[in-house]
Design a protein around this ligand. Structure first.
Ligand code: AP5
Length: 222
């Protein structure tokens, strides 16, 4: 399978993390989620982690400098051995300066962005998705109280861990701020990547398998 570097773009709850995990399994791609990296920093107990926690829990965006640094570290970190299917940028970039920085970083590394997949959803559906979400603290598998519960209550289907977590920013209150941040700072990226000829849109409200099928079609196009 050809190596594809892609961005999954969409508001909180659009299904970016869910589809990124599926792409990792199906195509050997590597998910680079700035949200996950920042949550790791949050739990590190450092001063930087405490500052990040304050911003994230309110639903605001962390500074461009911090997230660009995190991505740069990952891109320089190797891990692209046999069977590597490409990077999935999940939740990054989220601002125009981040998008410019990613373009420059990839150019320096001789990598090419294949496509930016916009996951289109209806805002009304996002509250139910976000407030019902829980994840496995061990392997990161994503579940939902109604649409994707674990087979055995409280036990991860993938790794068997019983460490199920809910995020501090998965409240209706924080979601409003997250959506506002998305529309003000991230949605301009739709036009930015359209103008670069990279944009593809999929219906994020469809069943998870149908969304995965639509993404696969984009990836299989030259
Ligand atoms: P981040 O962790 O990136 O969160 P987000 O973008 O708000 O997106 P989510 O993880 O909430 O949603 P998702 O689209 O991955 O949906 P999921 O697949 O889980 O960022 C968190 C915070 O970190 C930000 O607010 C900011 O503070 C900071 N941050 C991160 N990156 C940053 C950056 N680049 N710059 C600055 N700050 C940054 O699905 C949601 C639920 O819906 C799940 O329960 C799932 O099971 C269910 N679901 C998924 N797909 C479907 C479907 N098709 N049908 C039915 N249910 C579905």
């Amino acid at each position: 399978m050809a190596v594809r570097h892609i961005i999954l773009l969409g508001p909180p709850g659009a299904g970016k993390g869910t589809q990124a995990k599926r792409l990792e399994e199906a195509r050997g791609m590597v998910q680079l989620s700035t949200g996950d990296m920042l949550r790791d920093a949050k739990s590190s107990g450092t001063e930087m982690g405490r500052r990040v926690a304050e911003i994230m829990d309110k639903g605001q965006l962390v500074t461009d400098e911090i997230v660009i640094g995190l991505i740069e570290e990952k891109l320089n970190g190797g891990g692209q051995g046999n069977g590597f299917g490409g990077f999935i940028f999940d939740g990054f970039p989220r601002t125009l300066p981040q998008a410019d920085a990613l373009g420059a970083l990839m150019e320096r590394k001789g990598q090419k962005l294949h496509s930016v997949i916009e996951m289109q959803v209806d805002d009304a559906a996002l509250v139910a998705r976000i407030t019902g979400r829980y994840t496995c603290g061990n392997c990161g598998a994503v579940y939902h109280d109604v649409t994707r519960p674990t087979k055995v209550p409280g036990t991860c289907d993938v790794c068997g861990s019983t460490d199920m977590r809910r995020r501090a920013d998965d409240t209706e209150e924080a979601l409003k701020t997250r959506l506002m941040e998305y529309y003000k700072k991230t949605s301009p990226l739709i036009g930015y990547y359209w103008a670069k000829g990279k944009l593809a849109s999929v219906d994020g409200l469809a069943e998870m398998d149908a969304v995965a099928g639509a993404i696969a079609k984009v990836l299989d196009k030259d």
